[in-house]
Design a protein around this ligand. Structure first.
Ligand SMILES: Nc1ncnc2c1ncn2[C@@H]1O[C@H](COP(=O)(O)OP(=O)(O)OP(=O)(O)O)[C@@H](O)[C@H]1O
Length: 769
């Protein structure tokens, strides 16, 4: 036990029964169990092994604003789900000298809200956006240790490895996606004198809430089973949610599901609906196609009973049902239990559930099945990408997808899998950028029991083996640490994986799809990406165009609205159409998706989305973009839209507000940094679009039916009226070069012959432009 934490934190260790009166560590005054102490001990050992100093002030400097912008953009979806929950959580702890913190999967703080006086103290130890709180960087702390242990973690007072952090008490819970990947960490940190045992419970519930939102969002096109052993718990935070594919396999689950079923994610994947719950997709479709259906009781082979309510997209799934419309079919087709035969309803479904599934217009053939057809909405470049891919499908040719962030690279990878012969096998996505360098090797290749301290001690199957027989999607492959690239190459060439700490290779058969927003050729020149790996990954390289280059903006809008609000037939106000067409969409389809999602919520009960339904943040960004746009020559004369609703020149510039109130420059958390698309201090909207503004891209034409019928784009006269100062031109140039460099500031700086700092300064990332 020497050098271990228990029973007192190292650094405050004292002599028992000696001359000195033992100084009781603050943390030991709390009734924390043995498991807790073991976790802290393990963490302290890791910190000692890393050679961290308890007393020296660590590096509290945040990453640069532009890098923070990139990190935040990458985690925009996490933020969108987490922000409202953070607000709610904060309401529970307000005036308790605490703050709520959200980090990404590497422990970098994305966002924080808290009591002003505590924020000032927290800023001293840099609990503010852009600062990394991984264990390697800040020693034992709730965020960093939760990331390693992958479990909710409390670190109280002198349990923190660094003396500088002893004034804190922190409760953190990792946020997992439905496949068990860590998305980030939610944390409440406060003065240790204000410790309250309920805080951890609140944090855990809040993390669960974020996970459930995420799961529902991820699996809106598959069947979701909401279940609990007590029917009144369906629709609450305690419910289990299982995502089921059309062939009855489990493709995702929330924590509540795994806990109730007593299964790990891997064990769940071995089951089917029939083997676990004794029912079939067809029976559930028949049962729950009626909006008035009530939960049904099912029995597991081990005798446990659950109440289940199924939600699915009716038009896409109706063909899977067995019974003719209107017929009431039995839910189970083979299991013993009360559901067999009839008399199944137990209680009424929660009201929100009873409203679903809504009937909506039948989508175009194949469009809603998620395959390549679902991605082609009229743009020639996207169409060409899909055609190329179809030619190499099932030919064991690795596909490299290039494109800016948010252009739909992962969606394309999923579509490739869906259209391939491997569609019924696993699709495993690994985001190389979101896993800490130190963990990526274990994550990819797996490890044997006892291979190293930390993480799951029992060993774990690597993601490559999990993808066996199916498709492995390596997202952000350009972020793969160079040291690991040779290992990956070897695995791909030899088609076998040897888990860490094991001598036994495992044969694997995977189809590989990789994606990156980086310029891999430049990385090869800079010796940060291996050329041999590049050629191994690049059987076919395709580039997804940024949204500003696409000609199908309105068709995409229509597709998204249709998906988000089935049957609602929402239209865009002409002013909004103009604004959308004039905007450059730096966050691409992801940003469009987020803007529309916010707007549909804001426009609840209305048929037309107007400017008032768009967030101030987006309008502000659009206004900046309009001010920085390209010269009038680039603005085309309008095409003749059928049934034009707005006369040329009748609307304000590009449909933009004359003067939106500027965003406050300071970030919450007192960091003084602001990244457009992320909030400054103050209440948050439910969802925010991302990223910075920019010059207009080419104006799009409108194939097919427009959502907002007949609206012309910006007039040349309106464009000429805008100021074009030297500074504007300079900033446009920087933005264009930065775009061309895939957002990589170092590469852009090299091309422009200026420093990275100059780029950041000129772009004034703090939202003043
Ligand atoms: N064709 C599309 N139709 C509807 N929504 C889309 C489309 N393409 C992308 N999206 C939306 O944009 C979001 C981002 O897509 P995706 O994650 O595939 O992009 P990405 O290029 O992989 O992003 P990153 O580079 O940040 O990983 C998706 O969640 C989806 O909501």
């Amino acid at each position: 036990m020497s050098g271990r934490f228990s029973p007192v934190s190292a650094g405050v260790r004292q002599r028992q029964g000696g001359v000195d009166e033992p100084r009781r560590p603050i943390a030991s005054t709390l009734p924390l169990g043995g498991q807790h102490l073991a976790k802290i001990e393990d963490s302290h050992e890791r910190c000692q092994a890393l050679g961290l100093s308890r007393i020296e002030r660590p590096d509290f400097a945040p990453i640069g604003r532009s890098d923070l912008g990139v990190v935040r953009e990458r985690n925009q979806r996490l933020y969108n789900h987490a922000a409202p929950v953070m607000e709610m959580l904060y309401e529970q702890i307000v005036n308790t000298q605490s703050m709520v913190v959200l980090t990404d999967a590497t422990g970098t703080i994305l966002h924080s809200i808290g009591d002003d006086d505590f924020l000032a103290r927290a800023t001293k130890v840099a609990l503010s956006p852009g600062v990394n709180w991984s264990e390697q960087s800040k020693g034992t702390n709730a965020v960093g240790t939760a990331l390693i242990e992958e479990t909710p973690t409390l670190v109280h007072a002198d349990e923190h490895f660094l003396h500088a952090n002893h004034f804190l008490t922190c409760s953190a819970a990792p946020i997992l996606d439905p496949r068990g990947n860590i998305l980030g960490v939610l944390d409440v940190s406060g003065d240790h004198h204000g410790y309250h045992q309920h805080t951890m419970g609140l944090v855990k519930m809040s993390a669960r809430m974020i996970e459930n939102h995420w799961l529902t969002d991820d699996y809106r096109n598959v069947m979701r089973l909401h279940f609990h052993s007590r029917v009144e718990f369906i629709g609450t935070l305690m419910e289990g949610i299982l995502a089921v594919s059309q062939d009855g396999k489990f493709v995702g689950a929330n924590r509540g599901a795994l806990e109730q079923l007593g299964l790990s994610g891997a064990a769940l994947r071995m089951h089917t609906l029939a083997s676990l719950l004794g029912t079939t997709v067809a029976a559930l479709v028949d049962r729950f196609r009626s909006p008035l259906a009530t939960p049904v009781q099912v029995v597991m082979p081990n005798g446990r009973q659950f109440h289940v309510y199924a939600r699915f997209n009716w038009p896409a799934w109706h063909s899977l049902g067995d019974a003719p419309a209107g017929a009431e079919a039995p839910v189970a087709d083979g299991a013993a239990g009360p559901e067999r035969g009839a008399a199944l309803p137990v209680a009424s479904a929660p009201a929100a559930m009873a409203r679903e599934p809504a009937v909506r217009p039948q989508p175009a053939a194949g469009a809603d099945r998620g395959g390549l057809a679902s991605l082609t909405t009229g743009d020639a470049q996207v169409g060409a990408v899909a055609d190329k891919i179809r030619r190499v499908l099932n030919r064991d040719i690795p596909i490299l997808v290039l494109g800016e962030t948010g252009t739909g690279k992962e969606l394309l990878a999923r579509a490739i899998h869906q259209d391939s012969d491997r569609a019924k096998q696993p699709f495993v996505a690994v985001n190389c950028a979101s896993i800490p360098d130190t963990l990526i090797e274990a994550e990819l290749f797996g490890y044997e029991e006892g291979a190293f301290t930390g993480a799951r001690r029992k060993g774990a199957t690597g993601r490559i083996v999990q993808a066996n027989g199916g498709t492995l999607f390596l997202d952000e492959i350009g972020d793969m640490p160079i040291g690991l690239q040779a290992h990956l190459l070897r695995v791909l060439q030899e088609r076998q994986v040897t888990p860490l700490g094991s001598g036994k290779p495992v044969a694997v058969d995977v189809t590989l799809v990789c994606a990156t927003h980086r310029n891999l050729r430049e990385m090869i020149e800079q010796k940060t990406f291996r050329e041999d790996l590049y050629y191994r990954l690049n059987g076919l390289a395709v580039r997804l165009p940024p949204l500003r280059e696409r000609s199908d903006l309105m068709a995409l809008v229509e597709r998204i609205l249709d998906r988000e609000c089935p049957g609602r037939r929402l239209r865009l106000d002409p002013e909004v159409v103009r604004l959308f067409q004039a905007y450059q969409w730096p966050g691409n389809v992801r940003q469009l998706f987020n803007v529309l999602r916010t707007a549909t919520v804001m426009a609840a009960g209305e048929a037309v989305i107007t400017r008032d339904h768009l967030s101030d943040d987006f309008l502000e960004d659009a206004r900046h973009a309009a001010q920085a746009r390209v010269p009038a020559a680039a603005v085309a004369e309008p095409p003749a839209w059928p049934g034009a609703a707005v006369a040329w020149g009748a609307a304000p510039q590009a449909g933009l507000p004359a003067a939106e109130p500027p965003l406050p420059a300071g970030m919450s958390g007192g960091s003084g940094m602001a990244v457009p698309g992320w909030p400054a201090a103050g209440p948050m909207p439910a969802a925010l679009p991302g990223a910075m503004g920019g010059a207009f891209g080419p104006l799009s034409s409108l194939p097919g039916q427009p959502v907002g019928a007949g609206v012309p784009p910006v007039t040349a006269a309106a464009a000429e009226a805008l100021p074009q100062s030297l500074e504007d031109v300079e900033i446009q140039t920087i933005r264009q070069v930065l775009d061309a460099a895939g957002g990589n500031i170092s590469v852009a700086a090299k091309r422009l012959g200026i420093s990275r700092n100059t780029i950041c300064r000129k772009l004034r990332w703090n939202g003043s432009r």
